[in-house]
Design a protein around this ligand. Structure first.
Ligand code: ADP
Ligand code: MG
Length: 509
């Protein structure tokens, strides 16, 4: 018998209208790294929230056996007390507090009334060293990047004496280097006897770091794979996740490319605060009807800045250049005029800029086209609003019990679909999609690619900004490469390869 630190037995958890977990079982052996994978909305986070007492004992069915005893956690404190520490996908640090203050928030050092700051800072230093973060404990969290913030979260977990560390999509917002470092850290902890559970969509990372993988699909535990005996390839894992083999990760499309729809000439944008810094530098691009054009490049290359400055000057200063739509020069000084000229920009920051998480799906869906759901005197017709949203829910396969549900409760892939629906409802001719599949699983990605194909089949033009090279190569008719504000290459989709794109990115860097 394996020595299991954790057994979750037949866990069932229902929310109004959804059975999020249906008799889920999970066994985690002491000292292993256990990956939890599954499509968006499969129930992974819910399972971990049950484990950590966020959903208290009594609100679910089934048993949690931890360290040999049945546990009934009523709050997150109860589980932390036992050494179960969860780090959520949305980092929960407070920007204007120091690293040390954040680390010991709720776990303050010192006597009854007084915080012992020396001890706090000393301890913080010790744990920061353990995670390999070279920052002063007195640095404000807002002054460090997400990669380092993630490390602070882990240091914070260590300070709580974590024995079972749970990371919910820890690398989804990290760049490659930071992700790699994080995985190495997990391996280091494992060598020291720590057990961890990692939820991730990045299957290459999962197969690299995990000893076992449990696949969750539609609220059910489907299978557990063991590195020692099972195939850990991406194809094999995907098969379990989606219940079918995906031979092609990109849906086929017959390109039917028409005239030039939009043309951008000599587009230059300065940084809004650092007025000497050119973030977009003399860019020329165009997109045709029925065409998907990709913009590749590293983070910080100026792609989002280009897109937002085109979209009604929603970013940047001293914007110059010419924008031509349907052969006529246009001046789009506001988002409203951009929308009126058939432009839509689907942001990469769906949670910050794209959606109002505390509002229902129906309100988010119709937000950019209120006229479309208003009656003659300009009052919103609730019936129309509901129907429009329900219509998109069906078309885009948004998984939710009703469009009355708040967007914040949806999984990432479904949030992204609501964001797409919001812009599709403005009936745009040109859609700029900024990292449209970031942080979402393969199944939902595939669906979003299908939607893109439908859009261009209907004669729309799509510009896709993406840092994931396989999807740029798999989806685009033409590819621009951007680097340090300049367009450095234009390639035919059929001729491009990861190596060619990389060589352009690196050449001028
Ligand atoms: P995952 O983490 O695998 O992407 P989740 O555990 O977040 O999936 O979600 C599982 C299901 O439960 C989804 O259908 C989601 O919409 C639903 N759900 C999650 N949290 C809530 C909630 N607080 N209220 C209602 N439904 C929820
Ligand atoms: Mg989740």
């Amino acid at each position: 018998m394996a020595d299991n630190i954790l057994e979750m037995r037949q866990i069932t958890k229902t929310f109004p209208g959804v059975k999020a977990l249906d008799n889920v079982c999970l066994e985690v052996a002491r000292g292993e790294i256990h990956a939890l994978v599954g499509e968006n909305g499969a129930g992974k986070s819910t399972l971990m929230n049950v484990l950590s007492g966020i959903y208290p004992y009594g609100s679910y069915e089934g048993d949690i056996v931890y360290d040999g005893e049945i546990c009934q956690f009523h709050t997150i404190k109860d589980s932390e007390h036992k050494g179960i520490v969860i780090i959520h996908q949305e980092l929960a640090l407070i920007p204007y507090m120091t690293i040390a203050e954040n680390m010991f928030l709720g776990n303050e050092r010192g006597g009854k009334q007084i915080i012992n700051w020396n001890e706090t800072n000393e301890l913080a230093k010790k744990y920061l060293e353990m995670v390999g973060l070279k920052e002063s404990p007195q640095t404000l969290v807002k002054d460090i990047g997400v990669g380092k913030q993630q490390l602070v979260e882990i240091a914070k977990a260590l300070a709580k004496n974590a024995k079972l560390l749970i990371l919910d999509e820890p690398t989804s917002s990290l760049n490659e280097e930071d992700s790699k470092a994080l995985l190495e850290l997990l391996l280091k902890f494992k060598a020291n006897g720590m057990t961890s559970i990692i939820i991730s969509h990045k299957l290459n990372e999962v197969s690299y770091v995990a000893d076992k993988i449990t696949v969750i699909r539609d609220g059910c535990s489907i299978e557990s794979l063991d590195k020692k005996v099972d195939d850990f390839s991406e194809g094999r894992i995907i098969k379990g996740m989606v219940g079918r083999e995906i031979s092609d990760r990109f849906p086929k499309r017959e390109s039917n490319i028409g005239d030039i729809k939009m043309e951008v000439k000599d587009w230059t944008v300065y940084h809004p605060l650092y007025s000497e810094r050119k973030v977009v530098d003399g860019v020329n691009i165009n997109v045709r009807k029925g065409e998907i054009v990709g913009i590749s490049g590293l983070m910080g290359a100026g792609r989002t800045e280009l897109a937002m400055s085109l979209f009604g000057k929603s970013y940047g200063d001293r914007i110059s250049g010419t924008l031509i739509i349907d052969g006529k020069e246009v001046k789009l000084d506001t988002v409203k005029s951009a929308i009126e000229h058939g432009l839509a920009y689907v942001t990469e920051d769906r949670k910050g800029n794209g959606l109002i998480l505390s509002n229902p799906i129906k309100i988010n869906t119709t937000l950019a086209n209120l006229e479309g759901v208003s009656n003659k005197v300009g009052v919103i017709d609730k019936y129309k609003e509901y129907n429009v949203a329900s219509d998109y829910r069906g078309k885009l396969n948004i998984k939710c019990p009703t469009v009355e549900q708040n967007v914040g409760n949806l999984s990432g892939g479904n949030q992204q679909k609501v964001l797409l629906a919001k812009w599709m409802f403005t009936d745009p001719d040109i859609l700029i999609l900024d990292e449209p599949t970031r942080g979402i699983d393969v199944g939902a990605k595939y669906e979003i690619y299908c939607i893109m194909n439908q859009l261009v089949a209907a004669g729309k033009s799509v510009i896709m900004i993406s840092s994931e090279m396989p999807e740029i190569l798999g989806m685009c008719d033409r590819i621009y490469v951007m680097n340090e504000g300049k367009m450095v290459a234009e390639l035919k989709g059929s001729e491009a390869s990861q190596e060619i794109i990389m060589s352009h990115i690196i050449k001028t860097a």
